[in-house]
Design a protein around this ligand. Structure first.
Ligand code: AHM
Ligand code: MG
Length: 328
């Protein structure tokens, strides 16, 4: 039984996960547990993100410690929170993170591999602008019990069994897919729970928003420049937060396209295939949208060759991405 189960708006995340467990290709509560662990860590990170502006003040007020406890940077802290939460349950064999040079070995008996960008858009923390966490869940290929292999880590996005993001915005939201549509949950801080607020999310096929760092346009390919001219001729709306999760989320709800093309500084684009692009590509496709490298190559079909590999990223409303590709 793998059909979509209608859930009433307002379902608590835990109940939702439990009720949908029968959709998972590999039975067992393991994937459910991973999703719960990610949700739990995100609540801790959310609390820390909300206090970000107070850290210096509180630090000064409470600074009796002459040894000088160094305040950890929030992105480092978020990495620790998610790693700990995912290590605890034993389901995860290895974790790869934008914050770590190589993969982190967790438990050889675990059946899953996680890729995560614990706190994306971190340059936005100090200015009180939305930031996010992005995650992908893969099933390992080698048998559990053995040390983790390269083939377990370097999997294509099309092999994700779950993916999603947390947006720390004016509300905090968790949006994820296990391959049966996309559901969005809003965090209720006083209850400490996520509740289903956006069931079966669908990205509009078309939109009028384009999101790109146009300040870099001198070094864009002609095709991208021409597409941007087309957007202006149509008097589209330019919106760029500079936090991928927030830009993506807005376009998911309203219809739009996000582009990070090759630039002089980043000839392959800036964004990382395994921590940023794959998860959002999976969510986009599950919501009826599209994600490509801008030249007709599906993001989810790229075979990664390195952990921190980058790719040009065109993601959003299906017709907009297809139209942008026509200029290439
Ligand atoms: P980060 O992983 O160092 O935070 O960089 C990723 C961020 C994305 O959230 C955002 O879309 C992009 O970088 C913005 O880059 P730019 O400032 O070049 O426009
Ligand atoms: Mg990032």
């Amino acid at each position: 039984e793998t059909s979509r189960i209608a859930q009433p708006i307002g379902s608590a995340l835990d109940r939702f996960i439990k009720n949908n467990q029968n959709q998972f290709q590999y039975a067992s509560g393991e994937l459910s547990q991973i999703l719960r662990d990610i949700a739990l860590a995100s609540k801790v990170v959310n609390r820390e993100v909300n206090k970000a502006g107070l850290i210096d003040i509180m630090g000064a007020v409470g600074s009796t410690n002459m040894a000088g406890d160094q305040q950890q940077k929030l992105d480092v802290l978020a990495n620790i929170r998610f790693t700990r939460a995912l290590a605890k349950g034993g389901e995860v064999a290895a974790l790869i993170s934008e914050e770590s040079e190589t993969y982190v070995d967790l438990n050889n008996d675990g059946k899953y591999v996680i890729a995560i960008d614990p706190l994306d858009g971190s340059s936005n923390i100090d200015v009180n602008v939305s930031i996010g966490t992005i995650f992908s869940v893969y099933r390992r290929k080698s048998p559990a019990g053995l040390p983790i292999q390269e083939e377990d880590i370097l999997q294509k996005g099309s092999e994700q069994v779950a993916a999603g993001y947390i947006l720390y915005g004016s509300s905090t939201m968790l949006v994820y897919t296990t391959g049966y549509g996309v559901n969005g949950f809003t965090y209720e801080p006083s209850l400490g729970e996520y509740f289903l607020s956006h069931p079966d999310m669908q990205m509009p096929d078309n939109g009028k928003i384009y999101s790109i760092n146009e300040g870099l346009s001198n070094s864009f390919d002609t095709s991208v420049k021409e597409y941007l001219n087309d957007c202006k001729e149509k008097a589209f709306t330019a919106r760029y937060i500079g936090s991928l999760v927030a830009d993506f989320h807005r376009n998911l709800l309203k219809g739009g396209i996000y582009i990070y093309p090759p630039t002089a500084k980043d000839p392959k684009g800036k964004l990382r295939l395994m921590y940023e692009c794959n998860a959002l590509a999976f969510v986009a496709e599950q919501a009826g949208g599209k994600a490509s490298d801008g030249r007709g190559g599906r993001i989810l079909d790229i075979q990664p060759t390195g952990l921190h590999q980058r790719t040009p990223f065109f993601v959003g409303s299906k017709h907009m991405v297809e139209h942008a590709e026509r200029f290439a």
